[in-house]
Ligand binder design. Sequence first.
Ligand code: SF4
Length: 477
Amino acid sequence: MKKNKCEHIISKVQPGSIAEEMEIEPGDVLLSINDEPIEDVFDYRYMIKDEYVVVLIRKPYGEEWELEIEKDYDDDLGLEFENDLMSEYKSCSNKCLFCFIDQMPPGMRDTLYFKDDDSRLSFLQGNYITMTNMTEKDIDRIIKMQLAPINISVQSTEPELRCKLLHNRFAGDKLKFIDKLYEGHVEMNGQIVCCKNINDGEHLRRTIEDLSKYLPFMRSVSAVPAGITKYRDDLPKLDLYTKEEAGAVIDLIESYQQGFYEKYGLHFIHASDEWYILAERDFPEEERYDGYIQLENGVGMMRLLWTEFEEALHRQIAEDGYEQLKKSLSQTITIATGKLAAPMLSKIAAQTMEAFPGLQIYVKQIRNDFFGETITVSGLITAQDLIAQLQEERENGRELGSYLLIPSNMLRTGEEVFLDDLTITDVEQALSMHVIVADTGGEDLLRAMLFHETMKRNNENYVYVKAYEEQEEGYEE
Ligand code: SF4
């Protein structure tokens, strides 16, 4: 039977859910809710928010079931669909000066070149959108459904400058959608990708001041420096920020924070961690991150990592088994990371070694040869750079130990595959080391450093977290 765009194949039914109770099964097709067709995930989420819903399902053998469901208003049905968005992904209609995708080397897997700019991904995954491919109707729908937060890549509030940055003649006009969302009381976050001498300085000041008018519905705005790879030959020239220039951006941003906080209880404008590292300055104290609203944008990651690590280390030291654990640890381990996080990880390694003197932790800062040295985040490190540079270290006489800790953001989400399609197994074989993947939190990092020996893999699945939990239970006994 031909499926139309408002029919959605169910891929999973959560155990114990309402859907399971109603005997809905993977492979069934959702046809409508309350007699209304479901265009996409926005429709779906909106329609199921009720105490009484009528769900029309088609079974694989063609029979249609009309299911009347009584539930609590906010209860989910427990359905997952073949396509998370329940419709096609919307691609962007821009050609931004700083677009990272345009600066990627050729020959990578196709999905990495897809330029999404989809408000549904903003809601579902926190992606930032430019709104240039949206219509008044799309905005009305967000307001009606109160889908929030909507994360907006603003870049500049000066219409002409925004058009230039996004290389889209409609980009300035679309700024009016922010007014609409504000009037509709939709929560938003903003982002400004700073391009040197283009939208910084007085332009940045104006953007901050203009966006602050949307407080409190706009909860935060981050400023991040544009990422510049070595593949920009056919693209407009963009320069890197120097230490002093990064300091000037921080000064500008910080000059606004206290004032906003006094008025709205939010510091509102935040400089990403990269600015502080570039400027060689201390990160702001935890309170200034307003609950880490823009963590995914690299705002406050380092502060949070340190805070979590310190707390976890103090807890570990206070535990009864501390002395026993201390005696048992006498290995060398290596942590691989990017230039950005290397100083913080070195500080963390030093603290850990002080508390556990038998442990030797070597932090290796991996240079990004794949994208170019100017790319400093660990999430863009490839396995080939990792292998080559650690092999070189070993050839130069460095003791790496048997365990290599890497942050989970070096891998494709939920998989064992690096950006260059090499796998953890490839790395383990090339280096003759066990790879331990630590989640990016400070507590996870400490666990990985202390309990690496029990974080092992079986042949099929990567089981480091489970192994840790088993070890921890055993340890408490
Ligand atoms: S919106 Fe701009 S930065 Fe984002 S994918 Fe499109 S061109 Fe690239």
